[in-house]
Design a protein around this ligand. Structure first.
Ligand code: NAI
Length: 336
């Protein structure tokens, strides 16, 4: 089959080349989008990461497409309904990085609790003073985990290891987490009201978009910390920025922002200012958040460890092999 593998970095190409004996591979560095999709109209399989746009406008330009094998867990960059109507299968990598992402939650949390970014920049200038860098302990604090799927479930024992109290909200509670770790499931409101730190681990879909906005932030404890390693648009960032500026929230630890594909490339950012396809308010807020002292922001690197990327590539190769041999695996159905 003719396979287009986009958004690839050099280190991804070697393992994917194992498909060469059976298939015709094209690697491109760039994202697939409405401007370049017609160049790849021959593609029968597309493997992409999350910055490609596999919305209807793009998939329409790929008449031979049979499978989209995304090298991610999230699939919100793909119009699954349209793909289904065309009989195009979608596969993902469901569990490549549960521990990887869960550990990143604590990387962000420690960066906040021990003021690490400010401490590092101070010593980098040769100044060895603790003034203004007083932190707080995680021990004894209450962590509220929203979503206890693969990643949220890994966060729970890690938090327990640091002596934290942990509560969770998920419409599908998991008995094994209650039995094994004494996790208590509570309502969303109770979680927001009682947590010192809230961490998000739910997929982005129409039900979860802006699940944390003004009203939810108002219910949170004064001085609470918000961590988001899931997807940027789960939070209405304009409301979060206001709460961070006003002191309602002490800090935020973020690995994700809304409109990431635009934020990643300055040219895209500029273009979006003129074509007004994106919310300028959201884009501007993203830029401001990057510069705020009580925000710790990483550029969507929660997934990016040696171990996780090996698993991502192995699983994607298996997804493509399984599909072409008539035994599809990790096929995505409905909202994740
Ligand atoms: P998962 O599908 O295993 O778990 C999601 C959980 O969220 C499920 O238990 C589900 O019942 C729950 N949920 C759904 N709607 C909810 C709601 N409204 N309130 C509370 N819980 C709700 O997904 P997994 O693997 O844990 O990943 C979670 C998200 O993390 C992914 O969808 C993806 O967007 C993001 N992610 C981010 C990465 C990064 O590099 N920053 C890497 C991998 C995933």
């Amino acid at each position: 089959m003719k396979i287009l593998i986009c958004e690839t970095e050099p280190w991804e190409r070697e393992p994917m080349e194992s498909l060469k004996s059976e298939h015709d591979l094209t690697f491109i560095d760039s994202r697939l989008n409405k401007d370049n999709a017609a160049d790849y109209a021959y593609a029968e399989i597309v493997s992409c990461f999350i910055y490609s746009d596999l919305g209807k406008r793009v998939v329409e330009k790929l008449p031979n497409l049979k499978l989209i094998a995304t090298r991610s867990t999230g699939t919100e960059h793909i119009d699954s309904d349209y793909c289904q109507s065309r009989g195009i299968a979608v596969s993902n990598v469901p569990t490549y990085g549960s521990n990887t992402v869960a550990e990143h939650v604590f990387a962000l949390l420690f960066a906040i609790s021990r003021n690490l970014p400010a401490a590092f920049s101070r010593t980098a200038c040769g100044e060895f003073s603790h003034r203004g860098l007083r932190g707080f302990e995680l021990f004894g604090k209450t962590l509220g985990v929203i979503g206890t799927g693969d990643i949220g479930a890994c966060v729970v024992p890690m938090a327990k290891g640091f002596g934290m109290e942990v509560m969770a909200f998920d419409p599908k509670p998991r008995d094994e987490l209650v039995e094994r770790y004494g996790l208590s499931y509570v309502s969303m409101d109770e979680l927001l009201e009682r947590s010192d730190i809230v961490s998000l681990h739910v997929p982005l879909n129409e039900k979860t978009r802006h699940m944390i906005a003004k009203d939810e932030i108002a219910k949170m404890k004064d001085g609470a910390v918000l961590i988001n390693t899931a997807r940027g648009a789960l939070i209405k960032i304009e409301d979060m920025a206001e709460a961070l500026l006003g002191g309602k929230l002490r800090a935020a630890g973020l690995d994700v922002l809304p409109e990431e594909p635009v934020i990643r490339e300055e040219v895209e950012l500029l273009r979006s200012v003129y074509d007004r396809q994106h919310s300028l308010e959201t884009l501007l807020t993203g830029q401001v958040l990057m510069r705020m002292r009580n925000v710790v922001l990483t550029p969507h690197t929660a997934f990016y460890t040696e171990e996780a990327i090996d698993r991502i590539l192995d699983c994607t190769i298996e997804n493509i092999r399984g599909f072409t041999r008539g035994q599809p695996v990790n096929v995505v159905t409905g909202d994740r």
